[in-house]
Design a protein around this ligand. Structure first.
Ligand SMILES: [Zn+2]
Length: 149
């Protein structure tokens, strides 16, 4: 008979292996780390996970991930609403914001068109983008997506 982890540890390892890039070995290491951590730290981690699930949603204008709708970028009166930057994902928006040079607004597609993987315009926020453009406020569109079909 092989010795196994106590059931709660096994369950934590099993949940951690569901995360991208986390194999069995890394999951065990993380589980042991959590076990050794202070109770407050473990609670902080658990709360942070629940909080993103409860509080984060899409901005109804740009589809950025946000805890307030409209998001901070869309609410900012100093932003130039005539310049719209189209990005693939929320990470791209964050990267552009960190670079600090862009003062317009965004539209987050949440993916890239990929006919081979069955991702068409309907799967992305394309119709929402088109209706924003038809609104007439936008004068310039910057495509900051990776070149793809
Ligand atoms: Zn927004």
């Amino acid at each position: 008979m092989t010795v196994q982890h106590a059931q709660p540890i096994g369950r934590l390892i099993q949940e951690l292996t569901k995360l991208p890039g986390i194999g069995e070995k890394t999951a065990s290491r993380l589980a042991m780390h959590i076990l050794r951590a202070a109770k407050e730290d473990a609670q902080g981690l658990a709360r942070a996970i629940l909080e993103v699930k409860e509080k984060i949603r899409f901005c109804s204008r740009c589809f950025n991930l946000t805890d307030q709708d409209p998001c901070r970028v869309c609410q900012d009166p100093k932003r130039n609403r005539e310049i719209l930057c189209v990005v693939s994902g929320p990470e791209d928006l964050i990267a552009l914001e960190k670079s600090g040079g862009f003062r317009g607004v965004y539209h987050v597609l949440h993916g890239v068109l990929s006919p081979l993987e069955g991702v068409g315009p309907k799967d992305l926020r394309v119709s929402e983008l088109l209706s924003r453009l038809q609104g007439g406020e936008v004068k310039e569109v910057i495509l900051a997506t990776n070149p793809s079909v």
